[in-house]
Design a protein around this ligand. Structure first.
Ligand code: FE2
Length: 300
């Protein structure tokens, strides 16, 4: 029987790939956003050591109006250019997909009453949310992924309706992984508070200009991180709709709800690997590993 061996809140600002100066990304930087990049490095060491067969990623920047879509061919190649930050992110990608597992999740979802669809277009341009979260977790790209779109229902129906869909999608994901025999790590590609600056410094990586955008968003971030670090994810899920409205949080896209549901709402602490702002938005790298149930290190 397969299992989910870990789950990560894995935010995707393109700035952190820019700060890495990886050969796949064209623009060069001097430095930048180290606390998040070092946090990802520690998370990567921990979860890749567990030898996952597949990484699953749910991304807010692949929005689908009808239903939940899945990358559905074995390989995607191309150049991903961030529409807002083309000066920071022009990334050559070469992605291997676990199509069999993706199809199994789509099938489980359909049986539960969700609308699901496979993306079979070989020229489909994979979004930067999927790419940044996967790159930061595994820059070698030697583990196949399952890429999942974010259904638009919270944006033109309601936060609660959208979240209910994501909880179902998480259940379908867990069942399919168990049937597949895979050892899987899940990536929820979400920023926390999401109000941000609208002008960029002359040097984008000038960290003297990087700080929290507003105190109320920061307080919200500290509240939700506290719930994560103390294993109160059911309480967390119940306040996410309010967080979406008050801090325009990107969790509205559903990635975090999907992952917490697939993990069956952990009652053990998440490990905080790093928190910092990117253009004023709150970003946390947090990992859940059920083997660390009794020994999460950040709780004192
Ligand atoms: Fe985003």
């Amino acid at each position: 029987m397969g299992e989910i061996i870990g789950g990560l809140l894995a935010p995707h600002p393109p700035h952190i790939v820019y700060g890495e100066n990886h050969w796949r990304n064209e623009p060069r930087s001097e430095c930048g956003w180290e606390v998040l990049r070092w946090g990802y490095e520690r998370a990567r060491k921990h979860f890749l050591a567990k030898k996952p067969d597949v990484l699953l990623v749910h991304s807010p920047h692949w929005q689908t109006v009808i239903g939940h879509h899945f990358l559905g061919i074995p390989e995607f190649h191309g150049l991903s250019v961030d529409p807002i930050f083309p000066n920071l992110f022009r990334y050559k990608y070469d992605i291997k997909v676990d199509v069999e597992l993706a199809e199994m999740i789509a099938e489980e979802g359909r049986e539960m009453g969700l609308i699901t669809k496979m993306m079979r277009n070989p020229h489909f341009r994979v979004d930067y949310g999927t790419i940044v979260s996967c790159h930061m977790m595994n820059p070698e790209w030697d583990i196949p992924i399952v890429g999942i779109s974010s259904n638009n229902s919270p944006y033109y129906f309601s936060n609660e309706m959208g979240q209910a869909q994501m909880i179902q999608l998480g259940q379908a994901t867990r069942r399919a992984i168990e049937k597949s025999g895979r050892r899987a790590v899940l990536l929820a590609s979400n920023t926390l508070s999401h109000r941000h600056f609208t002008t960029e410094p002359e040097i984008p990586e000038d960290m003297s200009r990087e700080h929290v955008y507003e105190h109320s968003g920061y307080l919200w971030d500290m509240k939700v991180i506290d719930l994560m670090r103390t294993g109160r994810t059911r309480e967390l899920i119940s306040i996410l709709p309010e967080f979406m409205d008050h801090a325009v949080s990107e969790v509205k896209a559903g990635s975090l709800a999907w992952m917490l549901s697939a993990l069956d709402f952990p009652d053990y602490p998440g490990e905080l690997y790093g928190y910092w702002t990117v253009i004023g938005t709150g970003n946390a790298v947090v990992g859940w590993d059920c083997e660390l149930r009794g020994a999460a290190t950040t709780q004192g």
